[in-house]
Design a protein around this ligand. Structure first.
Ligand code: ATR
Length: 268
């Protein structure tokens, strides 16, 4: 029998996840179906309960339900706990297991697709909302030395507090970035959604720096700024999207798909 999966969000019709997972399934010859389900804003839990009843094997969770998904799980992976958000659910023996593959997706894109090892690299992570929470654990685990900048400094300080005893991680305001340089700058703010740019000082990019915007599908003010400021390599979040999907697919099916052809197809 075909195993059923879906992405749950609101809105969800724009999601590329069905396309990506169907491509993975074809490539690895896994007998699955993968759809997109829009849950009512006040009906996430009921939607998940229905999917469990209908025998679904798991689902992906996207905006705005990642925190609700986190609260709903019977079991969580360490990285989901650190993110306080869940983007991948597994339904098994009546239990709801929660994982977060966003950070792994970002790391795979940066280290494998873009060829940048993060060990001992200076990384600036902009933002302290859901998107930033989803990836900090993985960046930290890769051995990067991390600075988190946010307009609301308090939020950034809270976010780094749990990591601070174990490695090089600090929080600062955008003004305090003046005079500092980074090898990798990741935009995890929602500024690109409103076509704005975080208030970045000039001179932020070290020689040969990578500028990474977790947004995809458009030329963002951040990437335009980065190019003007001499960042050598620019990347949008499409690679992260495909890699986080591959990690979820692996959790469900125990088969790791080859992401390169799928990413190439989406770019085309
Ligand atoms: P998401 O889940 O996309 O991270 P969120 O939890 O609402 O959404 O968080 C949005 C993040 O983008 C926050 O870090 C926010 O900064 P503040 O906490 O200081 O508000 C950041 N953000 C949004 N617009 C921004 C802008 N124009 N410049 C800088 N930061 C911005």
């Amino acid at each position: 029998m075909t195993d059923q999966y879906a992405v749950i969000g609101n809105p969800v019709s724009h999601s590329k996840s069905p396309l990506i997972h169907q491509a993975f399934a074809e490539q690895t010859q896994q007998d699955i179906s993968y759809g997109a389900i829009e849950a009512p804003l006040d009906g996430f839990k009921e939607t998940i309960q229905r999917l469990v009843r209908e025998g679904y094997k798991g689902c992906n969770v996207t905006v705005p339900f990642k925190f609700e998904a986190y609260q709903l799980c019977n079991q969580l992976t360490g990285r989901a706990r650190a993110a306080q958000a869940v983007n991948t659910l597994l339904f098994r023996d009546g239990e709801i297991l929660g994982d977060n593959t966003d950070g792994a997706g970002l790391l795979a894109d940066i280290e494998q697709n873009l060829g940048r090892k993060l060990l001992f690299r200076k990384v600036l992570l902009m933002g302290a909302g859901g998107a930033a929470h989803g990836v900090i654990w993985q960046l930290f685990n890769a051995g990067a030395s991390i600075t988190v900048a946010n307009r609301n400094l308090d939020k950034a300080q809270k976010m780094v507090a749990e990591f601070a005893p174990y490695g090089t991680v600090s929080a600062c305001s955008y003004e305090a970035l003046a005079g500092k340089q980074f090898d990798v700058v990741v935009n995890a703010t929602s500024s690109s959604l409103s076509d704005t740019l975080p208030p970045l000082p000039p001179g932020l990019f070290a020689p040969n720096a990578l500028a990474y915007d977790m947004m995809y599908g458009r030329q963002t003010p951040f990437l335009i700024f980065a190019a003007q400021q001499g960042a050598t390599q620019l990347a949008d979040g499409l690679g992260m999207l495909v890699e986080q999907a591959a990690e979820a697919f692996f959790k469900w099916r125990e088969v790791r798909p080859d992401t390169a052809p799928v990413l190439a197809r989406l770019r085309a």
